[in-house]
Each structure stands twice: as structure tokens, then as C-alpha cells.
Write a protein that binds this ligand. Structure first.
Ligand code: ZN
Length: 149
């Protein structure tokens, strides 16, 4: 089986999958099954962080939200309410624009491909996504240093 590696996050994928196709599979699960949906905030945050989806401002913002979420063991609805408040009054862009500075390459200790490989039910999925969130928060240190020195 031929393995291809993602140019953004470095995940190596088989079976003709891409990070984006896995991400879409995950979102479909989360939107149709509330058991999976509890970790929706983390799935989107980790995927966007690891695929250079966020603007500099959004990276600083999401890092603080991830920290609040994970350190206080918030529930999905709690973090969504907090995040929605910030998004409402924001004056900054969420999406990264191509004219923004190049971000340093991070060698992520866990990627969406690792979640996909190990998950087999709701419980394992939520555990893996939470682990992915914790590792992403630690690994994104160099990005935050760059955008918010
Ligand atoms: Zn990727």
C-alpha cells in the first residue's frame, strides 16, 4: 500500500485518504451523533491549527481557548458558549490569508491520522480527540512564540 504524507501536518496516510477526507468523515459523525459531537470544538481547533487554517490573531485566540477548555475540563457546550462570545465582537479574521507570514514547521506528535487509526467507538474517539487536543496545545508553542512574541 502506498503511503502519502500530508504537506501541512506531516501525517502519513494510506488507502487514498487525505487529512481533509478524514476531517470530513469526523465532522459527519459529530454532526449526526451527539456522542461524537461532544469533542467538536477540539476536532476543528486541532485540524485548523495543524493545517495552517488560522490567522495569527486566531492562533493566539484558539491557544487560550484550548488551554481554558483542557485545564478546566469544560464540556463541549461550555467552551462553545465561551468561544461564541469572543467571535461575536471580534475585529480580527479567523482564516489565515496567503499574505500572512510563513509559520514555522511543527513536527506534531499526534495527527488526525493517528486518531483515525485508533478509534473504534464513541468513547475511544472522544479520548483520542482529547489527547490530540492536549498534544496540539503543547506542540503549537513555537507557532505562538512566532505570532505573539
Ligand atoms: Zn495533514
Amino acid at each position: 500500500m502506498k503511503e502519502k504524507c500530508c504537506t501541512e501536518c506531516g501525517a502519513c496516510l494510506t488507502k487514498g485518504k487525505t487529512c481533509q477526507s478524514i476531517y470530513h468523515e469526523f465532522l459527519a459523525l459529530e454532526l449526526t451523533d451527539p456522542g461524537y459531537g461532544q469533542v467538536h470544538f477540539l476536532t476543528v481547533a486541532c485540524y485548523m491549527i495543524q493545517h495552517n487554517g488560522y490567522s495569527d490573531d486566531a492562533l493566539v485566540w484558539i491557544e487560550s481557548k484550548l488551554r481554558t477548555y483542557l485545564e478546566n475540563n469544560l464540556t463541549g457546550p461550555e467552551i462553545r458558549t465561551l468561544a461564541a462570545k469572543d467571535i461575536e465582537g471580534r475585529t480580527w479574521k479567523i482564516k489565515r490569508h496567503e499574505n500572512e507570514q510563513q509559520l514555522p514547521k511543527v513536527s506534531w506528535s499526534m495527527t488526525i491520522a493517528d486518531v483515525e487509526k485508533e478509534m473504534h467507538d464513541t468513547e475511544s474517539y472522544c479520548e483520542l480527540i482529547t489527547e490530540w487536543g492536549k498534544r496540539t496545545l503543547i506542540d503549537m508553542g513555537p507557532l505562538i512564540e512566532r505570532v505573539n512574541p
